[in-house]
Unconditional design. Structure first.
Length: 295
């Protein structure tokens, strides 16, 4: 299946390396326990990503690199997850995923679902018995597709870890005009994304009160991609009993990051909290070292 090129090794590649490293560490850590493990990918794609490379900030039409997507990295983990749920609303992507991995040794552990990630993940969270299961969820949307109710459903299991590519720049910062106005179609989207209308108080500051002649109150835009990501971290902390990684991984090629990769975990037991915290930091550190960042 032909795909348009997007992303770069420094952004998309870095994100996927963090996810892959964490999944590997996670499975090794839980290998000698009695838990069945699940991996849930809400935007699974085709299993591979044709990157657009950027060198020194310049786009090179002649350079193309195909890297393994999240589904591929999850299936390569040893020991394998007990089950892998690969979800995508595009049937062509799911069909391509089936074909690509039909001969994979871990193909028997795959479940393919064509559907909306929010609906399907909420169904899985409600249907599974979590006392004997643990798992990892990846939400890697193109924009503001993830609804807050889905985040709540994942957290409510108290058994799932969540990696979330939060569109802080793309779907928050850019949806609010520089003069502080918010389009009528964007406001409901921001509320679905963040789960509250309180974002208005966090992202906007009144700059002029309404006057006696009916002139409306005006606002000043104070949100940045970084502050939007920090706001989401606080929101995640309200529902994930285990904890939230304080580090935010900025991703994107522009001056304002389009996304931040965030991590939260639902299991509040001291042992689980310590493990999730240790593994997430180790995955980020290993990836930063691979990409030549100071660690």
């Amino acid at each position: 299946m032909a795909q348009r090129r997007f992303g770069s090794t420094d952004s998309t590649g870095r994100k996927l390396d963090v996810i892959g490293a964490y999944l590997t560490m996670y499975q090794r850590a839980l290998n000698n326990t009695s838990f069945r493990t699940l991996y849930i990918d809400g935007f699974a794609g085709t299993g591979e990503i044709p990157l657009s490379e950027h060198k020194d900030g310049l786009f090179d039409e002649d350079v193309q690199t195909i890297i393994s997507g999240s589904a591929s990295r999850a299936l390569d983990v040893e020991p394998p997850f007990s089950r892998n749920f690969f979800i995508d609303k595009r049937k062509k992507c799911v069909d391509a995923l089936k074909i690509k991995f039909r001969d994979n040794p871990n193909a028997e552990f795959m479940t393919h679902i064509v559907g909306d990630a929010n609906e399907q993940i909420q169904k899985i969270c409600a249907a599974e018995q979590w006392r004997s299961q643990r798992g990892v969820v990846l939400l890697d949307p193109f924009g503001s597709q993830v609804h807050w109710q889905t985040i709540e459903a994942v957290a409510a299991t108290e058994a799932l870890d969540l990696w979330y590519l939060f569109p802080a720049g793309l779907s928050v910062f850019r949806q609010i005009s520089s003069d502080g106005t918010v389009d009528a179609t964007h406001a409901p989207s921001l509320t679905r994304l963040l789960g509250t209308e309180e974002w208005k108080n966090a992202f906007l500051k009144p700059s002029k009160q309404a006057d006696l002649f009916g002139a409306p109150m005006s606002h000043e835009k104070i949100v940045t991609p970084e502050s939007a990501a920090q706001y989401m971290i606080e929101r995640l902390g309200n529902v994930f009993k285990g904890g939230v990684m304080k580090e935010m991984i900025p991703l994107g090629k522009h001056a304002y990051p389009s996304y931040y990769l965030l991590f939260a975990w639902g299991n509040a037991s001291p042992k689980a909290k310590a493990l999730a915290n240790r593994l997430s930091k180790a995955a980020v550190k290993a990836t930063d070292r691979k990409h030549g960042r100071i660690v």
